[in-house]
Design a protein around this ligand. Structure first.
Ligand SMILES: [Zn+2]
Ligand SMILES: [Zn+2]
Length: 336
């Protein structure tokens, strides 16, 4: 079967599908020529893809604004209206509350800044594509699969043949998977993330991780401090019912989101320390023996973190200086 595939190329139905797809791509009318229904369909499609991105942005900026207005502002401003009886009773306590306010303001602003930058970079950075080089072409007579490069790959199909993608017409490097939503293969694919409208892979994993990490950190600060606002507002007789409900709801939702995000960060820290991607973890779960569950890419703890977050530990907490220019993400060190 493999020989047949090699000599005649991909099966007919795949070729027919690809031809139809190409034809469709090149024959779609440009925007000004398309009909109203085609325009509406395109707009709806874009909204569906980018809505979660917008929602995440609104949650970040909205949550930050609520924190500043209802928690930070009463701590650091001198307006008489503030129910100062709850925050300070003397001049020294007032200064202490100001210091506290400015400290949490700096911490939360630091986190929100990196959430936004990481979100943008995760969204805009290509997860990693297979290069259009002969080395990754499908096996054929003049492109023998017994080349040096393919013997360096360790992942094989169950029948022992090399992994290929019929949709992209490529050989697959190790840890590469095809994403149906992005309609292409991604290097060291972790998962497709709707919140960034992109796949998480070799070149943007750190940005995705930092976005989640700083999100969990910001929400941890929120959970540990914002309850004070809830106590003040609920005890203040001048607070309206709407304000009480708003503050309690904000705190409850923030806490739930924070706990969920913290769990997600712990899961990803575990994945990083075991050199797994989410897809590999799900696949390995099915393995029977304990030994086969261990990732073949698992190195020492420090090296595992270097593979996930980049070679320079000083830059791990920041969403830049990630992959080296000559790093293509095609081959991985193996634990023998
Ligand atoms: Zn593919
Ligand atoms: Zn994808």
């Amino acid at each position: 079967m493999a020989d047949l595939y090699r000599s005649v190329g991909p099966p007919n139905f795949i070729r027919a599908y690809d031809e139809a797809e190409q034809e469709l791509k090149f024959n779609l009318p440009p925007w000004r020529l398309s009909t109203a229904s085609q325009k509406l369909l395109t707009v709806c499609l874009y909204i569906a893809i980018y809505l979660p991105v917008l929602v995440l942005f609104i949650i970040t900026v909205g949550g930050y604004s609520i924190y500043l207005i209802f928690y930070i502002k009463p701590l650091i401003t001198d307006i008489d209206k503030i129910p100062e009886v709850y925050y300070y009773h003397s001049e020294s306590e007032r200064n202490a509350s100001k210091t506290k306010g400015w400290t949490f303001f700096s911490l939360i602003t630091w986190c929100v800044l990196w959430i936004l930058v990481s979100h943008y970079r995760a969204l805009r950075t290509n997860a990693g594509e297979i290069p259009k080089e002969k080395e990754w072409d499908l096996p054929s007579e003049d492109n023998s699969e017994s080349s040096n490069e393919s013997t360096m790959l360790i992942e094989k199909r169950k029948d022992g043949t090399i992994r290929t993608c019929a949709r992209c017409q490529h050989r697959k490097p190790d840890r590469t998977h095809h994403c149906k939503q992005c309609e292409r293969c991604n290097l060291k694919m972790d998962h497709h993330c709707n919140w960034i409208a992109n796949c998480v892979g070799y070149f943007n994993y750190k940005y995705f991780f930092l976005m989640v990490f700083y999100g969990a950190l910001a929400l941890a600060i929120f959970i540990c401090t914002f309850w004070e606002t809830a106590v003040v507002v609920l005890n203040d007789e001048t607070s309206s019912q709407f304000l009480c409900l708003f503050i309690v709801l904000s705190y409850s939702l923030g806490s739930m989101l924070g706990i969920a995000l913290l769990g997600f960060v712990i899961f990803h820290l575990w994945l990083i320390s075991n050199n797994y991607t989410t897809i590999e973890f799900c696949e390995k779960k099915k393995e029977i023996t304990l030994e086969s569950k261990i990732s073949p890419y698992k190195l020492g703890l420090f090296d595992n973190f270097k593979e996930a977050l980049g070679n320079e530990p000083l830059f791990w907490p920041f969403p830049f200086k990630y992959r080296d220019a000559d790093d293509k993400g095609l081959y991985f060190k193996v634990n023998r």
